[in-house]
Design a protein around this ligand. Structure first.
Ligand code: UDX
Ligand code: ADP
Length: 463
């Protein structure tokens, strides 16, 4: 089957960049990305590509080249489903906030709605591809909904999890370590797999395209994220031990990373991991393990989250303790709010939890992030429901200029590793702050010796 028309449901951090790259690499395929959120679609269609809703290095250039040619953004979900041969489902699957599995299981209501809509609209056979991270055996539920439409349309369900990391999404998509496609072992299933392989083979070497059964594919995605998050929690656990001894976590990370069995990536100690995937996927893994009665497996993975929560909490606790056991009425400046550099995504960012703790201690937070708006910051804090929206508004203020944000502050805390923070005039910042001037570097971003020679009381993670 030669794919010439693709629909992607969900114009978010996964759907948007992924479809932009497929459009760029497959000029003969028409791609329509649809979403229920009208504002989001309007932003994707903004004449000025700098206003698209997702910040990702290199994305706006690709959108500028492909939009209106073979890449389209629309709210007309039914029409896009009807016209397509292959449908990617890239809608969000947040952790459930209600009912059974609350706080643990993935909420699949958006996925189910998509399946029902596809079932209602489709008039001819389609390949439906799970792109969102999903609990193992979701494909089964999708199939059951789609196969019971009674209108004779045949659906093939594939699992094709996305491994891109935000901030490097375009590079990850252009040059993936591997593409994973899971499908049924039946001849029809194999034909569907081959159709999707042919799409990726336009730019990905075929030996890097792995074919598995659906369940292996679904579980591989959860496993990859669990392993990556576990490395961060492991290095963060060692960072606390380093702080109690004369060891330095950067030196330890380098020493162990040179062991080719361990490898050097994902060993950067930090204030804690964030992002839409790690916590959600591990909670999900814990939930399904428990559901199968595998309590030891569940407890093992849950510890990765417990360690991460501890790392965030001890960062805020240390700020309070160091500032003479009180931050009440003090100005603390946050540099960074996004969960990592080079993205405007703030989901589960450590900054949110550190801010919440410090506001509980009555601190006033001044914030500068190159890509995150005040509106987003307030919405993140309000979501925690710790206090009223007006109290949050009183305690946190975003600045357009980092130097203004730091003026008269008791302390600066670095929450995101934006490159530009390294190049700031730190002498100028020091001169404008109250003394002693404290810097809490939650990303081990700055040069400790240089900061100390300026006069800062400088603390980083794990030394
Ligand atoms: C992750 C996976 O990497 C990706 O494959 C999957 O598709 C989605 O989830 P993402 O959440 O975008 O990607 O970012 P990632 O680079 O994995 O970072 C996650 C968090 O861990 C960030 O908060 C980051 O700052 C933190 N981190 C990462 C560390 O604290 N130390 C490290 O060494 C690496
Ligand atoms: P991700 O990081 O997984 O891409 P996002 O939240 O950034 O998650 O994007 C998911 C998108 O899916 C949102 O823009 C949301 O409006 C959209 N969406 C959710 N449910 C549906 C649905 N039933 N039909 C169309 N779009 C949907």
């Amino acid at each position: 089957m030669n794919i010439t028309n693709i629909c992607c449901i969900g114009a978010g951090y996964v759907g948007g960049p992924t479809m932009a790259v497929i459009a760029e690499k497959c000029p003969n395929i028409k791609i329509t990305v649809v979403d229920l959120n009208e504002t989001r679609i309007a932003n994707w269609n903004d004449e000025d590509v700098n206003n698209i809703p997702i910040y990702e290095p290199g994305l706006n250039e690709i959108v500028a080249r492909t939009r209106g040619k073979n890449l389209f953004f629309s709210t007309d979900v039914d029409k896009a489903i009807d016209e397509s041969q292959l449908i990617f489902i890239s809608v969000n699957t947040p952790t459930k906030t209600y009912g059974t599995g609350k706080g643990m299981a993935a909420d699949l209501k958006h996925i189910e709605l998509c399946a029902r809509q596809i079932a209602k609209v489709a008039k001819n056979n389609k390949i439906v591809v799970e792109k969102s991270t999903l609990p193992v055996r979701t494909a089964e539920a999708l199939k059951s909904i789609l196969d019971n439409t009674g209108n004779g349309v045949q659906f093939q369900i594939l699992s094709n999890p996305e491994f891109l990391a935000e901030g490097t999404a375009i590079q990850d998509l252009l040059n993936p370590d591997r593409v994973l496609i899971g499908g049924e072992t039946s001849p029809e299933g194999q034909k569907a797999i081959e159709a999707l392989v042919d799409v990726y083979a336009n730019w990905v070497p075929r030996e890097r395209i792995l074919k598995t059964n659906v369940w292996s594919s679904e579980l591989s995605k959860l496993t990859a994220n669990a392993f990556l998050a576990q490395r961060v929690s492991s290095i963060n656990a060692m960072s606390e031990l380093c702080e109690k001894t004369e060891a330095n976590i950067n030196e330890v990370a380098k020493a162990i990373g040179m062991d080719s069995r361990i490898g050097s990536k994902f060993l950067k100690a930090s204030v804690g991991f964030g992002g839409s995937c790690f916590q959600k996927d591990i909670l999900n893994l814990v939930y399904i393990s428990k559901a199968f009665g595998l309590n030891e497996v569940a407890d093992y993975w849950e510890q990765v989250i417990i360690m991460n929560d501890h790392q965030k909490r001890r960062f805020s606790k240390n700020i309070v303790q160091t500032l003479y056991n009180t931050v009440s009425g003090k100005k603390i400046t946050f540099l960074g709010w996004a969960f990592k550099k080079d993205t405007n995504d703030t989901r589960e960012s450590a900054a949110i939890y550190v801010a919440d703790d410090l506001i509980n201690e009555q601190a006033y937070i001044a914030l500068f992030d190159p890509k995150v708006s005040q509106k987003q910051v307030l919405s993140d804090l309000d979501y925690l429901e710790t206090r009223t929206a007006s109290e949050n508004e009183k305690h946190i203020t975003s600045y357009e200029n980092p130097y203004e944000a730091c003026k008269n502050a008791h302390a600066v805390a670095i929450l995101t590793e934006w490159d530009e923070f390294k190049d700031y005039d730190w002498q100028k910042i020091y001169d404008s702050m109250l003394k002693p001037a404290f810097v809490f570097d939650g990303r081990n971003l700055l040069d400790a010796e240089k900061m100390k020679s300026i006069g800062f009381v400088y603390q980083s993670i794990g030394s």
